[in-house]
Design a protein around this ligand. Sequence first.
Ligand SMILES: Nc1ncnc2c1ncn2[C@@H]1O[C@H](COP(=O)(O)OP(=O)(O)OP(=O)(O)O)[C@@H](O)[C@H]1O
Ligand SMILES: [Mg+2]
Length: 328
Amino acid sequence: MADLIESKDITKIYRSRGLAGSKHGFKAVDEVSVNIKKQSIFGLVGESGCGKTTFGRALMYLDPPTSGSVIFDDVPLGSLKPKELRRFRNRMQIVFQDPNSALDPKMSIYNSLSEGMVNLKIPKEQRDRKVNDLINLVGIGKAYLRRFPHELSGGQKQRIVIARALSMDPDFLVLDEPTSNLDVSIQAQIINLLIDLKNEFELTYLFISHDLNLVSYMCDEIAVMFKGRIVEQAETELLISEPSHPYTQKLFSSIPGGAQRIGVKSLNIGELGEKTIREPQKEEKSQAGCSYYSQCPMGDAECSLSAPFLRELSRGHVVSCHKIRTGK
Ligand SMILES: Nc1ncnc2c1ncn2[C@@H]1O[C@H](COP(=O)(O)OP(=O)(O)OP(=O)(O)O)[C@@H](O)[C@H]1O
Ligand SMILES: [Mg+2]
């Protein structure tokens, strides 16, 4: 299947002024290149603050990248004028983790679902038909159209947010931890709904999550992010059976109930070298070396001096670590 989206060296720098008035730049996303295949689910995992949401927003040009480019269905988003981009962006929608802040408390569910279509000047009759179809599609009764967000449960609100995203007939959804604010019993229902909708409408997803079990279950491919960079990426089965980067291994080994739950075979980080994980030292925070060096059980002088690049370990399996031999 061809790619729907290609990001080329996306970097996002947040600029702020320091106390002394000097300009500081914080690189939240650092030269990330990924290809997301049409009708696939691409997973993005990594610890809090590593840049997942920033990347998702940059990919949609909601918060355009500082450098790098995004090609969406052969269209470079950076080449679009603001008005064209706004229109084009209907093809890309985002679902955040908190449905409470996503819905306007003063808007009825009907108005929330039809708002985007009103902006597109779609005739009322057509809008009404679509709103009815959408609410039905996400498994909520039509009686709810007259209600307001506070009258709905968290799971129902997230269903409405998903329906609203679909009202724009998108090709691509960024799902940014869409179930992490919901009760565990509701999470599976929403995940199943998302999978059904993907199949029915031939959608493509970027699925951002902390939950490795969920990502392993949902995604065709997984990228692991650490401090704004992709450190490993592979098809799901390969990544969980042969996690190679020490950070990926640490992530998968921290799953409650053990890695076996998702079929990870080799996770013995001790086999990789030094067993103790060292506390970061001041001099280790130098920009030159590997960003994982200060926490890495395998790190040595080479790692402190130069940053590794992503290299191919096997077809489609890339990893950035000096200590992993690729045979190339
Ligand atoms: N608007 C902003 N201005 C300045 N810094 C920001 C801004 N938004 C995010 N950051 C910083 O960028 C880094 C990446 O944030 P981001 O929200 O993308 O991480 P994340 O991986 O999505 O985290 P989480 O898992 O907690 O949602 C963090 O250090 C964050 O503090
Ligand atoms: Mg986030």
